[in-house]
Write a new protein. Structure first.
Length: 309
């Protein structure tokens, strides 16, 4: 369903649209497209039984791009294959409404000096419309507490004073979490998440953070976010986006126990933002339907808040 990559001579990517409609679970249909360098998934609501009237500010579709594991300590001018410059040009060509990052935005230690020297020169062009999350490399900063990440992104990183927050666009409610701090059932983050979901009035829910619960790559299964999955599943969330494993992997709708169900959530790992790729070294996990590596790119999501045929 996806063909992603670029030629062996590393010349620039070309686009070859070939839409393939498919059902991916409750309320959602998707169109995937064959491309080089970009993972296109167009999500739309597909539920003729509900007459949806968007709230003020909604209406129509909007595009977000998603990627994690982004900026190495390199520049194209160094004479190296600096992939975060390529993926930044890709985001620029898509021109999304929002840019979501799934952590490890800056290597190796997420220091402010590294952010300013590398990330800022490429993905920093989209800073004003970025909705970031931190990864483990942000917490390697010797200053402690993801200091460089917080200093670089400012209020974008901690809009409510914490590294987890939520925001709305149209009929979509987005939840940004931090997998590098406590996510246990009785943690402050999970108590906040349950309260946030209980107060949500939007029809669709997408959540994103760094470490995936489900993954067939070298990072494998990481149970740290299981309580978050349980809370999101109970709330009827639709989509979970992660990074950490430097691959692309998509799962069909499933519950927190990896049970296949049409009422489950679609999980996508998007760790292709620029860091060196990983391989799929472990047994393929249940419900995994697309696995890609040896390439870099971003995920383009077209999200629609009106019912469609």
């Amino acid at each position: 369903m996806f063909q992603i990559g670029y030629p062996s001579d590393r010349s620039w990517w070309s686009q070859r649209p070939a839409p393939i409609p498919q059902s991916i679970g409750r309320d959602l249909t998707a169109q995937t497209r064959q491309n080089h360098g970009v993972l296109w998934v167009d999500f739309s609501i597909d539920d003729p039984l509900i007459d949806l009237i968007p709230n003020s500010g909604g209406g129509g579709s909007f595009v977000v791009t998603v990627a994690g594991d982004i900026a190495g300590a390199c520049r194209a001018s160094d004479g190296t294959a600096c992939e975060h410059e390529r993926t930044a040009r890709l985001v620029e060509s898509i021109n999304p409404l929002w840019v979501l990052t799934t952590g490890d935005n800056q290597y190796d230690d997420g220091k402010l000096s590294e952010y300013n020297a590398y990330y800022a020169t490429t993905w920093g062009r989209f800073k004003a419309k970025t909705k970031p999350t931190p990864g483990n490399h942000e917490y390697y900063d010797p200053a402690g507490g993801a200091a460089g990440y917080k200093a670089y992104f400012g209020n974008l990183a901690t809009p409510n004073g914490s590294t987890y927050y939520s925001w709305n666009q149209g009929e979509w409610h987005f939840v940004a979490l931090d997998s590098e701090i406590a996510m246990s059932s009785n943690s402050a983050q999970l108590n906040w998440l349950r309260a946030d979901l209980a107060a949500n009035t939007k029809r669709c829910i997408a959540a994103y953070w760094h470490k995936p619960l489900f993954n067939s790559g070298s990072k494998g299964y990481d149970p740290v976010s299981l309580p978050a999955w349980q809370a999101l599943y109970t709330a009827g969330a639709d989509l979970v986006l992660n990074g950490h494993d430097h691959t692309y992997e998509r799962f069909t709708p499933q519950n927190p126990s990896a049970g296949s169900t049409s009422s489950g959530m679609v999980a996508i790992t998007v760790g292709l933002g620029g860091a060196d790729n990983y391989t799929f070294e472990k047994e393929v996990q249940p419900n995994s339907v697309v696995r890609l590596t040896d390439l870099h790119g971003v995920l383009k999501l077209t999200l629609t808040d009106r019912s469609e045929e």
